[in-house]
Write a protein that binds this ligand. Sequence first.
Ligand SMILES: Cc1cc2nc3c(=O)[nH]c(=O)nc-3n(C[C@H](O)[C@H](O)[C@H](O)COP(=O)(O)OP(=O)(O)OC[C@H]3O[C@@H](n4cnc5c(N)ncnc54)[C@H](O)[C@@H]3O)c2cc1C
Ligand code: SF4
Length: 349
Amino acid sequence: MNKPVLILGGGPAGLTAAHALASIGQKSVLVEKEDRLGGAPILSGYARLVPSREWAKDAIGGMVERVAGNGLVDVRTSMTVKEFSGEPGNFTAKLADDSTIEAGAAVLCTGFTHFDSVSKPEWGFGTYPDVVTTTQVEQMFSSGQGVRCPSDGRKPKRVAILLCVGSRDRQIGREWCSKVCCTVSCNIAMEIREELPDCHVYIYYMDIRTFGLYEDLYYWKSQEEFKVKYIKARIAEVTSDGEKLIVKGEDTLVKRPITIPFDLVVHAIGMDPNVDNMLLSSIFGVELQKHGHIARASTYSAMGATSRPGVFVAGAATGPETIDDSIAQGQGAAMAALAGAPAVKAAAE
Ligand SMILES: Cc1cc2nc3c(=O)[nH]c(=O)nc-3n(C[C@H](O)[C@H](O)[C@H](O)COP(=O)(O)OP(=O)(O)OC[C@H]3O[C@@H](n4cnc5c(N)ncnc54)[C@H](O)[C@@H]3O)c2cc1C
Ligand code: SF4
């Protein structure tokens, strides 16, 4: 393709798409709205990733380096696309600084938005400083500080991790599983036990979805080697007695009410559709599926195709995805963009 491929979003999916194209000599323009590349793992300061256990700054940082230093990738950070027009092989994108890019195809790798826990007020986030999210715990580890109670900096002796916060919750319109938060929570629980061996860690769950090999590597390992305790429960609320946080609900296995004190409560937050998706849908003329993710065609018929010919999609822009899958999709969409695969009907479901 003579013209470059426009890639929107510099997370794991977009970085992979750019690298895959460069490795076969194809130019791309990578447009990222933030001032840094790396996507959620870098922008939100994740610590050790599952399943590789590599630090995000090394694993994803390495992906950033090989793209940022590549002459075939024109990186534009702190930038967005304002207008997009044309046909496959001959698109024009107008950027926010009013420059224009001629592109043969486009790949949307615009990812997701973290669920905002204040939308679940009964579970204490925003009311009590020691109710935090998995993202905050990741940041505690990646900063080297370790897990502490934000209110006074003490080491917690009892930690509760609440799963499915902002996922699998029809009352607040989240009818999807965020796929990776069970495994991430098992991993965080083990890391807390490793750092603070006297700390008791409890995971409150509806179901455990440590899919595939993660069942053994995270679920069983966290119980058997790290003595993390799992309680199947419906959590009603998180309050405080002035000294401790109090988790109230029902143990749904023994069908008994529970009221348990903790020092730190962690929300395992889900992956919402990117808040920009309505705008992206109108700029790029692509359909969204019913929950607001960018609709993609069945991967059996056309990898990464959207409802618009010549515009492709990869990674968490399409719904909750792991980094591994985002990378695979980024590569697939890059190849589809090069081949100029036609759009087929994108799935609205
Ligand atoms: C707490 C937490 C921990 C996690 N830990 C793991 C883990 O250990 N292992 C794992 O496999 N997965 C993990 N995940 C999932 C992981 O974050 C995603 O799989 C991954 O970030 C998806 O990559 P992506 O490139 O598709 O999207 P993102 O990482 O979301 O990247 C999208 C990029 O697009 C940019 N962008 C967005 N909108 C625009 C726009 N309009 N214009 C230009 N640029 C735009 C964003 O700024 C961002 O840089 C975790 C998720 C959470 C919530
Ligand atoms: S992966 Fe686990 S915590 Fe995340 S939404 Fe699915 S079941 Fe809930």
